[in-house]
Design a protein around this ligand. Sequence first.
Ligand code: DP6
Length: 400
Amino acid sequence: MTVYQATASAPVNIAVIKYWGKRDTKLILPTNSSLSVTLDQDHLRSTTTSRADPSFDHDRLWLNGKEEEIKGDGRTATCIAELKRLRKEVEDADSNAPKLSTFPVHIASYNNFPTAAGLASSASGFAALVSSLAQLYELPASPSTLSLISRQGSGSACRSLYGGYVAWNVGTDPSGVDSNAVEVAPREHWPDMHALICVVSDDKKGTSSTSGMQRTVETSALLQHRIKHVVPQRMADISKAIQERDFDSFAQITMADSNQFHAVALDTAPPIFYLNDVSRSIIQVVVEYNRLSLANGGGYKAAYTYDAGPNAVIYAPEKNMKEIIQLILNYFPQKDAFKDTFALFKNDKAEGKLPAGFNKNVAKVHQAGEVRNLIHTRVGDGPRKLSSEEALLGENGLPK
Ligand code: DP6
């Protein structure tokens, strides 16, 4: 008997122009365009196996081995229904195509980074789910078409359908057809972009993106200014910076947009705080690092950005990463040894060090573990098709 099964992996993306606000909460249509860098799946990824079988009782989903309910009107159910609808079109056009659209599916998904790492997994998770079902159903759909579906799982997930540098168009159509992801540039265009994720310890449960952004839409006047008068120009400017591999402009726009996102969070009633003291200290360190370079006639060397939480992502050209890691290790000593993904510290120990002329008083040295983990990665590729060896479902159609 034929087994209808496919396995895909999809990357994490971190926005440099932030998505924050929906004009349609069901279809997940945003109030502004956004732009992100896709991170390397060699380091961070979600993997999903989907299987269609007439003997299955109903659609089921397992996340990291634990079964999750698929709610009837929920986001996962919407994505599965959309993909089955596209499969039905394939079957209607080709009477030989097996009627997979009528079979229930089992879906198992796994993140290679712990949820406790404090990184959002919904973007890579929905992108992997959509990619694996699209492969299972042999859909003749472009990543851009698939992005329309993953968008309905989680807005930021639409951008994980491409590698490299990716824009999500705000669109104007009420149906959402023009609110898709598009590739601004593949990773090969500017492979030098590296990223250091600083996972900041955080005990309190923050406001989720979904509810937080809705409150901002309802109460922030600053958000309206951002949507109308700031984001359109920034989208054009950062796209140009990427085309020209102009890190100076990229860095300035990235930091300004992170700052404004956290300003609209603060402008929300009641206010939302995502940054904490550690996040702010990392900002001071990056600012001083850039000041020193500019004072010596150089350009910007690093750019920070923060999502809906205290973790920093520092984007920088590869050649600056060793210095940046030493800077961070100086102010934020680690409990565990630094995982040296790119073998930067082959000849010397990974430990704190400040460049000559750096004003050490911009931040205090924090206690070990306040930055819990450092992940060094870089710009990466889009969703991958994986072999059956990497499947997460066993022969019986249940998670291995
Ligand atoms: C701050 O995509 O998680 O990371 O669409 O409600 O699922 P939903 O929200 P989500 O929001 C991400 C917000 C952000 C900025 C960004 O990724 O652009």
